[in-house]
Ligand binder design. Sequence first.
Ligand code: NDP
Length: 247
Amino acid sequence: MIENKVVVITGASSGIGEASARLLARQGAKVVLGARREDRLKAIAESIEAEGGSAAFVAMDVTSPADNDAIIRLAEDRFGCVDVIFLNAGLMPTSPVSALKTDEWNAAVDINIKGVLNGVAASMPLFLAQKSGQVIAVSSVAGLKAYPGSAIYGGTKWFVRDFMEVLRMESAMEGSNIRTSTIYPAAINTELLGGISDPTAAAAMKNLYSQYAISPERVASVVSFAIDAPEDTNINEFTIGPTSQPW
Ligand code: NDP
């Protein structure tokens, strides 16, 4: 069931996070939006509320444990609990290893890996106390297969896959009643390509996306499906892409 669930979403200022927030709010969830661009969050929250939904927002950086604690606190203060944390914030600085874009490597590790860990660390005490909760994380098809240009990005997404699978197993073994879902999108039409600074990689990805990308609303429907699953059910390991995608 989605209605009245409190859903914290990181990376809610654009793309998959924004589309998920809008869909879930239309389905009756109370959404709590986090990302760095506060103006975008404010506009999205206002438009959700104008349509009759419930939304709160806070500017946050997923690399900061304190910011992750703060968004959980906001959700509790405004809506009384957290039922779902959707760990979606990420960036994709595609480039060949030989380009040695080490600052981008570190940013990808900090946001895509440590951001997920910080979100879990912030929400887990509450989920354990409630004896319920759901962690949804976004990996990528680059977390399932190796792609040239994606050594670091893909590595961060392989991490998400491994981490979420172990979290699923441990939650079952410990009887903590924490549900886990991991989503593996292919090419999705969002702002993600804007983070690619290598011109050759950027052109190749743009070409690929022009052929195969689908809308973030498609991914939002998977997020919604995972939340709506029966409460004793994990919806795990979803890949999502167009029927035409050959790779
Ligand atoms: P967008 O660039 O549209 O969205 C990324 C979101 O992450 C933005 O809201 C951005 O907000 C937020 N974000 C980035 N860095 C931080 C940070 N340090 N702290 C808080 N928020 C941050 O791209 P997508 O919607 O496509 O990306 C969402 C997820 O989907 C990512 O994890 C991405 O890797 C994954 N994915 C996307 C695919 C695609 O083809 N688009 C394919 C496979 C996976 P802000 O800048 O305001 O902080």
